[in-house]
Design a binder for this molecule. Sequence first.
Ligand code: ADP
Length: 186
Amino acid sequence: MGPPGAGKGTQAKFIAEHFAIPAISTGDIFRANVTSGTELGVEAKRYMDAGEYVPDEVTNQMVRNRIDEPDAEPGFLLDGYPRTLAQVEELDGMIKHTGHALDAVVVLTVNQDEVVDRLLQRAETEGRADDTAEVIRRRQEIYAEETAPLIEVYRDRGLLIEVDGLGEIDDVTQRIFDALDVVPQS
Ligand code: ADP
Protein backbone atom coordinates (compact mmCIF):
# COMPACT_ATOMS: atom_id res chain seq x y z
CA MET A 1 0.00 0.00 0.00
CA GLY A 2 0.96 3.63 -0.34
CA PRO A 3 -0.35 6.80 -1.95
CA PRO A 4 0.05 7.45 -5.68
CA GLY A 5 3.73 7.76 -6.52
CA ALA A 6 4.95 6.00 -3.38
CA GLY A 7 6.82 3.46 -5.49
CA LYS A 8 4.56 0.44 -5.02
CA GLY A 9 5.08 -0.97 -8.51
CA THR A 10 8.84 -0.54 -8.40
CA GLN A 11 9.23 -2.22 -5.03
CA ALA A 12 6.62 -4.89 -5.76
CA LYS A 13 8.81 -6.26 -8.54
CA PHE A 14 11.82 -6.67 -6.23
CA ILE A 15 9.81 -8.39 -3.50
CA ALA A 16 8.09 -10.72 -5.95
CA GLU A 17 11.39 -11.62 -7.58
CA HIS A 18 12.93 -12.43 -4.21
CA PHE A 19 10.11 -14.77 -3.24
CA ALA A 20 9.67 -16.12 -6.79
CA ILE A 21 5.98 -15.23 -6.81
CA PRO A 22 3.95 -13.11 -9.23
CA ALA A 23 3.45 -9.41 -8.52
CA ILE A 24 -0.19 -8.78 -9.30
CA SER A 25 -0.79 -5.10 -10.00
CA THR A 26 -4.42 -4.12 -10.49
CA GLY A 27 -3.31 -0.84 -12.12
CA ASP A 28 -1.14 -2.75 -14.62
CA ILE A 29 -3.91 -5.22 -15.42
CA PHE A 30 -6.36 -2.38 -16.00
CA ARG A 31 -3.85 -0.55 -18.21
CA ALA A 32 -3.16 -3.71 -20.24
CA ASN A 33 -6.91 -4.06 -20.79
CA VAL A 34 -7.19 -0.43 -21.83
CA THR A 35 -4.37 -0.92 -24.35
CA SER A 36 -5.88 -4.04 -25.84
CA GLY A 37 -9.34 -2.48 -25.88
CA THR A 38 -11.22 -5.16 -23.94
CA GLU A 39 -14.64 -4.52 -22.46
CA LEU A 40 -13.03 -4.36 -19.01
CA GLY A 41 -10.51 -1.83 -20.34
CA VAL A 42 -13.20 0.39 -21.82
CA GLU A 43 -15.09 0.42 -18.53
CA ALA A 44 -12.01 0.91 -16.33
CA LYS A 45 -10.62 3.76 -18.44
CA ARG A 46 -13.55 6.03 -17.61
CA TYR A 47 -12.67 5.86 -13.92
CA MET A 48 -8.89 5.75 -14.20
CA ASP A 49 -8.65 8.84 -16.39
CA ALA A 50 -10.62 10.76 -13.77
CA GLY A 51 -8.52 9.44 -10.88
CA GLU A 52 -11.52 7.57 -9.45
CA TYR A 53 -11.49 3.96 -8.31
CA VAL A 54 -12.89 1.35 -10.64
CA PRO A 55 -16.06 -0.12 -8.99
CA ASP A 56 -15.36 -2.82 -6.42
CA GLU A 57 -17.32 -5.57 -8.22
CA VAL A 58 -15.25 -5.12 -11.36
CA THR A 59 -11.94 -5.04 -9.52
CA ASN A 60 -12.80 -7.90 -7.18
CA GLN A 61 -13.75 -10.22 -10.02
CA MET A 62 -10.56 -9.40 -11.87
CA VAL A 63 -8.39 -10.17 -8.82
CA ARG A 64 -10.37 -13.32 -8.10
CA ASN A 65 -9.66 -14.62 -11.61
CA ARG A 66 -6.01 -13.65 -11.42
CA ILE A 67 -5.24 -15.39 -8.13
CA ASP A 68 -6.91 -18.52 -9.43
CA GLU A 69 -4.19 -18.79 -12.09
CA PRO A 70 -1.70 -21.60 -11.47
CA ASP A 71 1.32 -19.30 -11.07
CA ALA A 72 -0.30 -17.74 -7.99
CA GLU A 73 -0.71 -21.08 -6.25
CA PRO A 74 2.59 -20.88 -4.30
CA GLY A 75 1.76 -17.33 -3.23
CA PHE A 76 1.53 -13.84 -4.64
CA LEU A 77 2.12 -10.18 -3.99
CA LEU A 78 -0.77 -7.78 -4.52
CA ASP A 79 0.10 -4.27 -5.67
CA GLY A 80 -2.79 -1.81 -5.53
CA TYR A 81 -5.32 -4.18 -4.00
CA PRO A 82 -7.21 -4.05 -1.68
CA ARG A 83 -7.90 -0.33 -1.81
CA THR A 84 -11.31 -0.13 -0.11
CA LEU A 85 -12.79 -1.73 3.01
CA ALA A 86 -15.15 -3.74 0.79
CA GLN A 87 -12.12 -5.10 -1.10
CA VAL A 88 -10.50 -6.12 2.19
CA GLU A 89 -13.51 -8.30 2.95
CA GLU A 90 -13.61 -9.73 -0.54
CA LEU A 91 -9.93 -10.58 -0.40
CA ASP A 92 -10.44 -12.38 2.92
CA GLY A 93 -13.07 -14.52 1.25
CA MET A 94 -10.99 -15.17 -1.85
CA ILE A 95 -7.92 -16.38 -0.02
CA LYS A 96 -9.97 -18.48 2.34
CA HIS A 97 -11.22 -20.21 -0.77
CA THR A 98 -7.76 -20.64 -2.32
CA GLY A 99 -6.19 -21.68 0.99
CA HIS A 100 -3.78 -18.75 1.23
CA ALA A 101 -3.23 -16.36 4.14
CA LEU A 102 -1.82 -12.85 4.31
CA ASP A 103 1.73 -12.81 5.65
CA ALA A 104 2.32 -9.08 5.66
CA VAL A 105 0.96 -5.77 4.49
CA VAL A 106 3.69 -3.35 3.47
CA VAL A 107 2.89 0.36 3.50
CA LEU A 108 5.26 2.80 1.84
CA THR A 109 4.99 6.12 3.64
CA VAL A 110 5.81 9.27 1.71
CA ASN A 111 5.10 12.95 1.90
CA GLN A 112 2.42 13.43 -0.74
CA ASP A 113 3.74 16.82 -1.86
CA GLU A 114 7.17 15.38 -2.50
CA VAL A 115 5.93 12.57 -4.71
CA VAL A 116 3.88 14.77 -7.00
CA ASP A 117 7.14 15.63 -8.80
CA ARG A 118 7.87 11.92 -9.27
CA LEU A 119 4.46 11.46 -10.86
CA LEU A 120 4.75 14.46 -13.14
CA GLN A 121 8.15 13.13 -14.26
CA ARG A 122 6.61 9.73 -14.92
CA ALA A 123 4.00 11.47 -17.05
CA GLU A 124 6.80 12.58 -19.35
CA THR A 125 8.50 9.19 -19.62
CA GLU A 126 5.54 6.79 -19.54
CA GLY A 127 2.73 9.04 -20.66
CA ARG A 128 0.12 7.71 -18.23
CA ALA A 129 -3.18 9.47 -18.85
CA ASP A 130 -3.81 9.85 -15.11
CA ASP A 131 -0.51 11.57 -14.29
CA THR A 132 -1.70 15.15 -14.72
CA ALA A 133 -1.59 17.61 -11.81
CA GLU A 134 -5.36 17.68 -11.51
CA VAL A 135 -5.93 13.92 -11.67
CA ILE A 136 -3.01 13.28 -9.30
CA ARG A 137 -4.71 15.54 -6.74
CA ARG A 138 -7.94 13.55 -7.10
CA ARG A 139 -6.06 10.24 -6.73
CA GLN A 140 -4.46 11.55 -3.54
CA GLU A 141 -7.84 12.57 -2.13
CA ILE A 142 -9.38 9.21 -2.92
CA TYR A 143 -6.41 7.43 -1.37
CA ALA A 144 -6.83 9.45 1.83
CA GLU A 145 -10.58 8.81 1.95
CA GLU A 146 -10.87 5.22 0.78
CA THR A 147 -7.53 3.50 1.26
CA ALA A 148 -5.69 5.12 4.19
CA PRO A 149 -8.28 3.65 6.65
CA LEU A 150 -7.10 0.15 5.65
CA ILE A 151 -3.82 0.83 7.43
CA GLU A 152 -5.55 0.63 10.82
CA VAL A 153 -7.41 -2.52 9.83
CA TYR A 154 -4.19 -4.34 9.03
CA ARG A 155 -2.38 -2.82 12.01
CA ASP A 156 -5.06 -4.30 14.25
CA ARG A 157 -4.47 -7.66 12.60
CA GLY A 158 -0.76 -7.39 13.37
CA LEU A 159 0.20 -7.60 9.70
CA LEU A 160 1.34 -4.04 9.08
CA ILE A 161 4.88 -3.15 8.10
CA GLU A 162 5.47 0.56 7.58
CA VAL A 163 8.49 1.56 5.56
CA ASP A 164 9.80 5.01 4.69
CA GLY A 165 9.37 5.26 0.93
CA LEU A 166 11.58 8.30 0.39
CA GLY A 167 15.18 7.99 -0.78
CA GLU A 168 17.00 5.80 -3.29
CA ILE A 169 15.11 2.85 -4.75
CA ASP A 170 17.70 0.34 -3.45
CA ASP A 171 17.58 1.81 0.04
CA VAL A 172 13.81 1.49 0.16
CA THR A 173 14.07 -2.14 -1.04
CA GLN A 174 16.59 -2.85 1.70
CA ARG A 175 14.28 -1.31 4.32
CA ILE A 176 11.43 -3.53 3.13
CA PHE A 177 13.62 -6.65 3.18
CA ASP A 178 14.89 -5.77 6.68
CA ALA A 179 11.31 -5.34 7.88
CA LEU A 180 10.31 -8.65 6.30
CA ASP A 181 13.38 -10.38 7.80
CA VAL A 182 14.62 -11.33 4.36
CA VAL A 183 18.09 -12.85 4.44
CA PRO A 184 20.20 -11.57 1.53
CA GLN A 185 21.04 -14.19 -1.11
CA SER A 186 24.74 -14.64 -1.87
P1 ADP B 1 -1.36 4.72 -8.43
O1 ADP B 1 -1.27 3.95 -7.16
O2 ADP B 1 -0.06 5.30 -8.84
O3 ADP B 1 -2.46 5.76 -8.40
P2 ADP B 1 -2.15 2.30 -9.97
O4 ADP B 1 -1.41 1.97 -11.21
O5 ADP B 1 -1.99 1.38 -8.82
O6 ADP B 1 -1.75 3.79 -9.64
O7 ADP B 1 -3.73 2.41 -10.31
C1 ADP B 1 -4.18 3.23 -11.37
C2 ADP B 1 -5.70 3.32 -11.35
O8 ADP B 1 -6.28 2.01 -11.51
C3 ADP B 1 -6.34 3.84 -10.06
O9 ADP B 1 -6.34 5.25 -9.99
C4 ADP B 1 -7.76 3.24 -10.19
O10 ADP B 1 -8.55 3.97 -11.11
C5 ADP B 1 -7.50 1.89 -10.78
N1 ADP B 1 -7.31 0.88 -9.71
C6 ADP B 1 -6.18 0.18 -9.43
N2 ADP B 1 -6.36 -0.65 -8.40
C7 ADP B 1 -7.64 -0.49 -7.99
C8 ADP B 1 -8.44 -1.04 -6.96
N3 ADP B 1 -7.96 -1.97 -6.11
N4 ADP B 1 -9.74 -0.64 -6.85
C9 ADP B 1 -10.25 0.26 -7.68
N5 ADP B 1 -9.56 0.86 -8.67
C10 ADP B 1 -8.26 0.48 -8.83
